[in-house]
Design a protein around this ligand. Structure first.
Ligand code: ADP
Ligand SMILES: Cc1ncc(COP(=O)(O)OP(=O)(O)O)c(N)n1
Length: 262
């Protein structure tokens, strides 16, 4: 059977643990055909980000239009957007209804602390999102307040929906004093807390990218959003477990996307 087509609009990670490279691995692992639009090139490894080099907006739209002209794209995810101009160009395609099942990962800062995006850039796309997937730090930046407990996660998920996304998952993988890894999903009518086992590992590079990519695949396959989010959470937990003992690079290493060591 022909696989469903999913599109990532994101930045390149030269270390290949996050960004476009992680997204394409997730798409393949979950049996979908991945297409890709590059917004920026990053010079990056497991230790950190040495540079971010955005592409001109017309180079981004040329890629988007080439993919959309030829493939029946079922779902789209965005990661690093690069510049306000790129975000606006992508938002224009979304406004025109060309980016179905849009999952917006509002990437702002890498785990290593490097700035990869800005609130004003991300906000251009959020109104068109079917699902937004901020982590705790991104939710704090978008809302301008602390998010440091389960109830804060829940409030943040609900409040961020006023920026436009129909569903919001605030991920709490790094919530302090938690034995579990808890995310909060706003469904449009209520908040569902999604607890899961917390995997003890330093290899967490690309968890957010992999999570949003997995949601996009499942939406492309026809799942409802809550079902897609639960699937993605389990998938990422499995990929973290598989890579626990890997030694790839000297810093926070990538995930076991293909389940080699799960
Ligand atoms: N150590 C962990 N164990 C289990 N799940 C985790 C762990 N760290 C993150 N997650 C999960 O991975 C997904 C992505 O979240 P997160 O790591 O917060 O994204 P980001 O990479 O953007 O910070 C969420 O479902 C989160 O709960
Ligand atoms: C090119 C690129 N895009 C996104 C990220 C951020 O990845 P994410 O999975 O959100 O989190 P960390 O890898 O920073 O834990 C990135 N680093 N590079």
């Amino acid at each position: 059977m022909t696989p469903p087509v999913v599109l990532t609009i994101a930045g390149s990670d030269s270390g290949a643990g996050a960004g476009i490279q992680a997204d394409l691995k997730v798409f393949a692992a979950l049996r979908s055909y991945g297409t890709s639009v590059l917004t920026a090139v990053t010079a990056q490894n497991t230790l950190g980000v040495a540079g971010v080099f955005p592409l001109p907006p017309d180079v981004v739209t040329a890629q988007v239009d080439a993919v959309l002209a030829d493939f029946a794209v079922r779902a789209v995810k965005t990661g690093v957007l690069g510049t306000p101009e790129i975000a606006s160009a992508v938002a224009e395609r979304a406004r025109d209804g060309l980016l179905p099942n849009l999952v917006v990962d509002p990437v702002l800062v890498s785990t290593s602390g490097h700035r990869l995006g800005a609130v004003a850039v991300v906000e251009r796309l959020l109104p068109y999102a079917m699902v937004a997937t901020p982590n705790r730090a991104e939710a704090e930046a978008l809302l301008g307040r602390r998010v440091s407990s389960r109830s804060d996660l829940a409030d943040a998920a609900r409040d961020l929906a006023s920026g436009g996304p129909r569903y919001v998952v605030v991920t709490g993988g790094d919530l302090p004093d938690e034995a579990e890894s808890v995310d909060a999903l706003w469904t449009g009518t209520e908040v569902q807390l999604l607890p899961g086992p917390r995997v003890a590992t330093g290899n967490t590079h690309g968890t957010g990218c992999s999570f949003s990519a997995a949601i996009a695949v499942r939406l492309g396959l026809g799942d409802a959003v809550p079902q897609a989010v639960r699937f993605a959470k389990e998938y990422v937990a499995g990929a973290l477990v598989g890579a626990r003992r890997w030694r790839l690079g000297g810093g926070s290493g990538p995930l076991d996307h293909f389940g080699w060591h799960r």
